[in-house]
Design a protein around this ligand. Structure first.
Ligand SMILES: Nc1nc2c(ncn2[C@@H]2O[C@H](COP(=O)(O)OP(=O)(O)OP(=O)(O)O)[C@@H](O)[C@H]2O)c(=O)[nH]1
Ligand SMILES: [Mg+2]
Length: 156
């Protein structure tokens, strides 16, 4: 599984697509990047902003991955607020949006449907988006999320 992730990821790198991974603390970002074999570049990927010398426009397409802790009902509203702020940002106008509903292994966590509803994803019309259930601990679902990103590349 790890190898497959790495291969998909390399393809992204090769084509110079920008992927930003964001999420509240404890959501599972580091665990996901570890599963993807990208722990060493974590600090670069997680910053979510560009240095002056390399504007976003240099990349062919941009994806934002939002990692949601599906067990954290209290802070889903904070995620929502941040999500819409981000989507309104000039540099992310054309960004594809992948939401990982992480920690699906935990009993009584929010389902994908619940998270979609909380985040009002159906109202997002100006970005292509996809929500994917996952468990970063085992890697389950991560591949499907990346596959969605790949499928978007073809039609962009
Ligand atoms: N049960 C469960 N625990 C998870 C999962 N993913 C991550 N965790 C745990 O959640 C905690 C936080 O994970 P991190 O990957 O460090 O989260 P982060 O988003 O990088 O957090 P910050 O670095 O604080 O922003 C760790 O104890 C992980 O082991 C998951 O899918 N299921
Ligand atoms: Mg972390």
């Amino acid at each position: 599984m790890g190898i497959l992730f790495t291969r998909i990821w390399r393809l992204f790198n090769h084509q110079e697509h920008k992927v930003i991974i964001v999420g509240l603390d404890n959501a599972g970002k580091t665990t996901i990047l570890y599963q993807l074999g990208y722990l060493d570049t974590y600090s670069v990927l997680s910053e979510g902003h560009e240095d002056a010398g390399s504007p976003m426009s240099r990349w062919y397409s941009v994806f934002v991955i939002v990692v949601v802790d599906s067990t954290d009902r209290e802070r889903i509203s904070v995620t929502k607020e941040e999500l819409y702020k981000m989507l309104a940002h000039e540099d992310l106008k054309k960004a594809g949006l992948l939401i990982f509903a992480n920690k699906q292994d935990v009993k009584d966590c929010m389902t994908v449907a619940e998270i979609s509803q909380f985040l009002k994803l159906t109202s997002v019309k100006d970005h292509q988006w996809h929500i994917q259930a996952c468990c970063a601990l085992t890697g389950e679902g991560l591949c499907q999320g990346l596959e969605w990103m790949m499928s978007r590349l073809k039609i962009r």
